[in-house]
Design a protein around this ligand. Sequence first.
Ligand code: CDP
Ligand code: MG
Length: 472
Amino acid sequence: MADNPDLVRRQASEKDTLLEPLLGFVPRQVKGEQVRKALDHQMNPFTKKFRTERYKELLKARQKLPVFAQLGEFLTMFRESQIIVMVGETGAGKTTQIPQFVAYFDLPHIEGKVVACTQPRRVAAMSAARRVAEEMDVELGREVGYSIRFEDMTEPGKTFLKYMTDGMLLREAMNDPNLERYSTIILDEAHERTLATDVLMGLLKDIAKRRADLKIIIMSATLDALKFQKYFGLTQDSAAPLFKVPGRTHPVEVFYTQEPEPDYVEAAIRTVLMIHRAEDPGDILVFLTGEEEIEDACKKIKLEADDLVNQDPDSVGPLVCIPLYSSLPPQQQQRIFDPAPSAISPSRPRGRKVVVSTNIAETSLTIDGIVYVVDPGFLKQKVYNPRIRVESLLVSPISKASAQQRAGRAGRTRPGKCFRLYTEKDFMGELEEQTYPEILRCNLSNTVLELLKLGIKDLVRFDFVDAPLQRR
Ligand code: CDP
Ligand code: MG
């Protein structure tokens, strides 16, 4: 029997399929069905190890994310276009899944290339990389890594999927103007319009003309898509194609205050306690503006909630209050994913988790299980006063787009409620439609130097999405 060449060949190829999940994959020709099969395969193609139980468990959860249903459609559009714009509800799976789809499509580990995904915030880059390494069943810092200022968690020659801050990619562009080592660059959270992302958009548009093999995805949570599509249209009146990820959100009931609140922190604390006492089970997300304010509010909420429990343990459950801001050590940031505390005894009411966060939780980090959002309507942002040439961080009102994002955080798992601590009249009349791009409200002297280092001397004609105003 062993003499039968057909049989030998068939056995050999069966063995190959059993051991090599990427058999028949041609870089950039990969189809959705092939990726699905490879994901279900018993072997991990990147480490050649058998897949673990944890991998299978996470895969099941991933397969329920909205982006997963569109895998094939996404790969088709991606194959046909050099640049695509992608929008979708927060929590749909853009940040964690799309870069993995791209990795199966580009096969950067075979091609000696890297797929990069940028984030405006260090926290988001680290948290996404950690999660994706776990989902892909690889060690963080090897096949999947991250690069942020002062910390390079990658292994040159080994890392093929890299999360990084937009600032780090900008620095790399200074040494490598064509960003040669990347096969695909994904700019995530483009709606945040950070200075670095805005400059990168200009650079990438330019590099794309020189490097036909470089693919680019602009990802955004809100609907400023048309602007990006037009900007990235490679000829005057063409637009980059749009890939829409439908949300899977539940209705959110929005409440306003009757009168403006004189002290928004105090009002936020009061609202949290009111929800804890009177509303059905479900976790709470509160938006405040900075570290001190957040730590302080957490302490006060905890004290008062403990009092409530002591007074009335039969109707008020235990509460944990977790702070979240960029400068918090990663280990502590992970606490936001802990489950709510359990009841003291089975007959007593269930516990509740409260996360008090800066704008990070608006789109960059998704916390499942949030049912109530408390939105005082402020954030800390950079503001530049050109008259006195001073740049400062100021607590400023959010935009309507931001308010909508924040409310949306309440409807991830079931219908939710959003308590806006301002009047409906102020919402309609006072808030800007969109958050102003950072490039229009900061001191540009460093950016000018950076652009010079990037070899861009004609700053006035640099193709910005929104060009800074000229000072007269
Ligand atoms: O980027 P987008 O907002 O579309 O979603 P994502 O960040 O890719 O997250 C998709 C889902 O993955 C979340 O809703 C969580 O269920 C899960 N996830 C998680 O459990 N832990 C993380 N560190 C990140 C995501
Ligand atoms: Mg995201």
